[in-house]
Structures are given as C-alpha cells and as structure tokens.
Ligand binder design. Structure first.
Ligand code: SF4
Ligand code: SF4
Length: 374
C-alpha cells in the first residue's frame, strides 16, 4: 500500500506530533523504535523505506501509545501495517516466519502436532463443544501445549466443573485465535483463521465463551464480530462465580501477593477489577500493589509476536525491570493472568536470581490451591 493511502486509512492526519506515544512506549528508550517519528515520515515523505526499519519487530503491541494519544490516533496500528509490508515482501526474521508457517500447517505458532492439542486434559473427560454446550471453553495455543501453562488450563476446567457449568472445548479442531498473527503483520492468515474459527464457534451455539489468554480474549471480543456471543476472559467468569457463591474458596493461602496487569486485559480491554477481586476472595492472601499498576502497568514484552522473535534489540528486558518492581514490594508471589506473562516473568525471575524471594503464579493456580485437593 502507498504511504498516502496507508496514512489515510489509518487516519494519521490527526497527529499533532506531541510525542506522548513515544514518551509512553516502554521500548522507545531501549531501542531505536520511535513511533512518533515513524508517523512524521508517513505524513511528510512520499515513501517510507520499510526495509530499513528492523526495529519494527521490537514493538510488543502493548498499545500504551494508543492509550496515551490525545488525538485518538492509533499509532500501534501503523506498526502492524508496516510489518504487513515486510511480511508481504518475505522480509521477516526467520523465527517469525517459522511461527507463521507453524500456524498455517498445524494451527499453532510453535508448530506442535494438531493431534496433541488436547494433551493438557491429562486423560480427564472433557465434553466436545461440537455436541452443544452453554459455555465454550477456548483453550488457545500456549495453554494447550506448554507444560508450564497446562496446570492453568486444568485448574479452569476443574473450577467450571465445581461450579456446575455445562462447558465444552473444540478439542483438536481448535486453531490459533490469530491475535499475534495479525500483530506480526500476516493479515491474510489472520483473516483465514477468523473465517474458520468464527464458523466453528458460531456452530456450537453457546451464548458465552471464555478464554485462558487475554490475547485470545482480545481478538475474539474485538476483531471477530461474534455478535450474540458474550466473550469473557477467565478472570471475569471466575470472579462472577465466586460472587454468586458457586465457587467456594475454603483453604487459606497465606501469602503476600502482587498482581501484574497484562496489556491485553488491562490497557486494551479495561479489565482491572476482576483479577483483584479473585485474589482478595482467597482467604489469607494479602494483595500489595506495585507502583505501576492498572493502566500504568509495565509491559512484560511477550506480545506482538515477541514470544517468537529471535533475540532482542533491548538493552535490558522489560520483564527484568518488572520482576524487580514486584520483588521491591515485599511480595512472595507475583500473580499473573496471562500465559505469556507467566513465561516471560518466570524466566526473568530465574535470570535475575530472585527465585528465593519471588514466585510467579497464575491466579488460577492460587484459586486451585484454595479449592483444596482434587
Ligand atoms: S500521541 Fe498521538 S498525536 Fe501525539 S505524536 Fe503520537 S500519534 Fe501523534
Ligand atoms: S504498541 Fe507499545 S511497544 Fe508498540 S509502539 Fe506502541 S507503545 Fe511502543
């Protein structure tokens, strides 16, 4: 697409070059990525030489720039569109190419076998959503395959069973939601996933669907056009089940806990209260806030395809800063509600040698402890 056409389509003309986007960008101080100056080039140059901007792959799609812009410009969408040009021309890092190919062939960016997508159940009986159910439980790629994330997936299935919900999954027919695929610039593959997944989801006939990951939640809620289906992140559903008295959290978990707001749940979808309500409902939990919380939360650097980008231009990973902020509160547990946050922050705790002090756990792992032995 020509620069002018892209500028018009993305409505960049509203930009007043105030720099609030770059000022809020968590990676701008650490790499050469400067979203304000990219917009400036789009406004004044007939052509942007996109090949020369390898820093485009440093963007985490956190959308802090969108949140901060006073003129309702959506700066992050420019990065996605420019990545699209790189993808179209085949000028992409090898690992990003492998993630796109894995999704095309096996329905997940890691390229794991489609037949193993239900391995997380560990031989538990889970109903097929295709047979009809009230609640569609969409698992997602990392929660299906990653052995560190699978306990969250199982804990949710257990909680839904305890609460007496009629839920089902798509089993091995489930494919990647495409949230990161779109943000890596592969619009064509994303559209294919929207069509195939959308058709399958509508055919279930459930009035509600719930996701493990805020990334899946974001795209199903905002980009799929699933009219008539209430798309929920698990923290919203679990908080409601506790409130309705359908989940009894009886066991004490005597820990000081701080909570990291994921970008795709917090800033991008304004779900701030429900994760905190769950933590506060667990007997014994003392919730302590980090200074940067809610819309000011620091990105963990796991979004926008960064999970599959090889290496980094960042001098210091954002996750390193974040775990230090968590440790400085005196918390023993850093609670998360996103599988990418879990993996990046847990890795950062190890690299930083903070294991004695701080443990990273998903909120559902804490809920599971409070529910007691299975
Ligand atoms: S914050 Fe908005 S108006 Fe200001 S420079 Fe960035 S895109 Fe332009
Ligand atoms: S989405 Fe986040 S990382 Fe990307 S340009 Fe905007 S603020 Fe920076």
């Amino acid at each position: 697409m020509k620069t002018q056409a892209m500028t018009e389509q993305l409505e960049l003309y509203g930009c007043i070059q105030c720099g609030k986007c770059t000022g809020g960008c968590p990676v701008a101080r650490k790499t050469t990525l400067n979203i304000r100056s990219l917009i400036y080039y789009m406004l004044v140059e007939p052509e942007l030489k996109v090949d020369a901007h390898e820093e485009l792959w440093d963007c985490t799609s956190c959308f802090t720039c969108v949140e901060r812009c006073p003129k309702d410009v959506r700066p992050a969408e420019l990065i996605i569109a420019l990545r699209g040009q790189l993808v179209e021309g085949g000028r992409i890092p090898e690992t990003i190419g492998a993630a796109l190919m894995g999704t095309f062939r096996q329905g997940n960016p890691a390229g794991m076998a489609r037949e193993d997508r239900s391995a997380w159940t560990d031989s538990r009986e889970v109903k097929a959503a295709q047979d009809g159910c009230d609640l569609l439980y969409y698992i997602g790629c990392t929660p299906s395959y990653d052995i560190r994330a699978q306990p969250i997936t199982r804990a949710l299935a257990r909680a839904f069973t305890v609460a007496g919900l009629d839920f089902g999954t798509l089993g091995i027919e489930e494919s990647c939601c495409g949230n990161e695929i779109r943000r890596m610039g592969e619009e064509g593959l994303f559209e294919m996933l929207v069509e195939e997944n959308g058709e399958m989801i509508r055919a279930v006939g459930a009035s509600r669907m719930v996701t493990v990951s805020p990334h899946c939640f974001n795209t199903f809620k905002n980009e799929y056009g699933l009219d008539g289906i209430d798309v929920l992140h698990y923290t919203q559903l679990v908080a409601a089940l506790i409130e309705q008295g359908k989940l009894e959290l009886a066991n004490e978990v005597n820990k000081r806990v701080t909570y990291h707001d994921p970008c795709f749940l917090g800033k991008q979808n304004r779900v701030y209260d429900e994760p905190r309500a769950i933590l506060q409902a667990i007997p014994g939990v003392e919730l302590i806030e980090m200074d940067r919380n809610r819309e000011r939360s620091l990105c963990c650097e796991g979004g926008g395809g960064r999970m599959w980008a090889e290496g980094t231009n960042l001098e210091e990973r954002l996750a390193f800063q974040r775990v230090q902020e968590a440790a400085d509160t005196g918390a023993e547990i850093l609670a998360v509600a996103c599988p990418f946050c879990l993996l990046t922050l847990e890795d950062a705790v190890k690299v930083r040698g903070l294991e004695e002090q701080l443990r990273v756990m998903d909120i559902m792992e804490l809920v599971n402890l409070s529910l007691g032995e299975e």
